[in-house]
Design a protein around this ligand. Structure first.
Ligand code: FAD
Length: 398
């Protein structure tokens, strides 16, 4: 029965949508169950940065997909870092030459990325069922049974759990998330570009911004707007500083006059470093991917990007395992081991970024200050201040 049964993907976030596409690339039948209605408007600001490696992975899985995302996003080519209002690093990169293929990254809102992935799913023949919240998943040796809130049951060969941080699929496998949550929070505000004004293509990192009472501020452009990320200080309350009235009060000091209509989203996030203790179940029929399997802080852009790699690896494992139960066990175990190890790498890299952004000791804070003083004469200190907030570069794109 398992050979004819579809693979059931739970969750139509970016990772579930891509998992469905990767499964279709292996010509496997796919049913995608999503809790939200098709008319949903996902609130809040989330992923912008799509790594070049992700664009290449999307393109190799579904022809034209990486190019489509790249054409809808922007490539900011100026990076600046300031310490207490004084520039310590600036670099302008030449614009990307399209004839050389996909760009090194692209920046667009996650909702737009999801729209492009959903269109690709429709073309690839993915059976998407909106308004179908999954309430239970039972795995057995030759397949899975999934129940949705409306009382229907669905049989499949495997479940790919892409249902995000509060994953029902993960809970049904009995897997737990282990790790830590850092002190403090960030407020993220999405601002639409001013109509008729050319967009700024500068990504600017501020340490101890004087106009933000010494808070860290990161400004990241995306297609048709930019995101302002403000790091909380001790004593800040999200209910206060992230309330729309307060945001409209402090935002102009950072980016100039901002009419309310240009503020398109305000969200609060915390630095979480959590990893599922297992990415599969004992029968090797459930595969956890994306935020169902791991949560990383946004700095370093590891969440969605590593979720794409999980999704691709899950589809390969399911396809490889169709030959026999033994092949399935080996392939799914290999997926779970490899992707959990990658999550450990990502989490450690995010931890290094966090220690840089929120120095745990006075000595660590002084190191940043000393680097800022020396940067005008020793450029590598400016480079360190530019790169350290994202964690080790070697760990990118896992
Ligand atoms: C401010 C911010 C900035 C970020 N920036 C970046 C970045 O630049 N680059 C990057 O790579 N990552 C970034 N991230 C992380 C990124 O947003 C997440 O990693 C990504 O959304 C995870 O995708 P996902 O598909 O795993 O989960 P989700 O996007 O959470 O999708 C889960 C889906 O499952 C559905 N669902 C939930 N429960 C059920 C159920 N029981 N039944 C059926 N469906 C269900 C949900 O409705 C949803 O559609 C950022 C995050 C934040 C907060």
């Amino acid at each position: 029965m398992a050979d004819e049964a579809p693979v059931i993907v739970v969750g139509a976030g970016p990772v579930g949508l891509f998992a469905a596409l990767a499964l279709r690339a292996h010509r496997l039948p796919v049913v995608l169950l999503e809790a939200d209605p098709a008319s949903r408007h996902r609130t809040g600001s989330r992923a912008l940065y799509v790594h070049g490696k992700s664009l290449a992975l999307l393109e190799s899985t579904s022809e034209g997909l990486g190019a489509e995302l790249a054409s809808r996003g922007v490539l900011w080519n100026v990076r600046r870092t300031l310490y207490r209002g004084r520039e310590v690093y600036a670099r302008e990169f030449p614009p990307h030459d399209r004839s050389r293929g996909l760009p090194p990254f692209t920046s667009l809102r996650q909702s737009e990325t999801e729209r492009v992935l959903l269109d690709a799913c429709a073309k690839a023949g993915v059976d998407v069922r909106w308004s179908h919240p999954v309430s239970e998943v039972v795995a057995h040796s030759d397949g899975v049974t999934v129940a949705t809130d409306d009382g229907q049951t669905w049989s499949g060969s495997h479940v790919v759990g892409a249902d995000g941080a509060r994953s029902t699929v993960r809970k049904c496998t009995g897997t737990t998330l282990d790790g830590s949550a850092a002190e403090g929070f960030h407020v993220v505000v999405d601002v639409a570009d001013e109509p008729g004004t050319p967009p700024s293509l500068e990504r600017v990192m501020h340490y101890e911004h004087p106009a933000a009472e010494g808070r860290g501020v990161l400004v990241v452009p995306y297609a048709k707007g930019f995101q302002v990320d403000v790091q909380s200080r001790a004593g800040d309350s999200p209910e206060v500083i992230a309330s729309p009235q307060e945001v409209l009060r402090w935002l102009p000091a950072l980016i100039g006059p901002t009419p309310v209509e240009r503020v398109t989203a305000i969200s609060v996030y915390r630095f979480l470093q959590l990893i599922a203790d297992d990415f599969t179940d004992p029968h090797r029929r459930v595969l956890l991917v994306g935020e169902a399997a791991h949560l990383f802080p946004p700095f370093g852009a590891r969440g969605m990007n590593s979720g794409f790699v999980d999704a691709h690896a899950a589809a390969d494992a399911i396809a490889a395992g169709r030959r026999s139960p033994a092949a399935n066990s080996d392939a799914v175990t290999g997926f779970a081991t490899a992707r959990r190890a990658a999550a450990e790498v990502n989490s450690a890299a995010a931890g290094a970024a966090l220690r840089h952004l929120r120095p745990p000791s006075t000595a660590a804070r002084l190191r940043r200050r000393a680097a800022a003083s020396l940067a005008p004469v020793v450029p590598r200190f400016g480079e360190w201040l530019e790169h350290a907030p994202y964690g080790p570069r070697a760990a990118m794109g896992h």
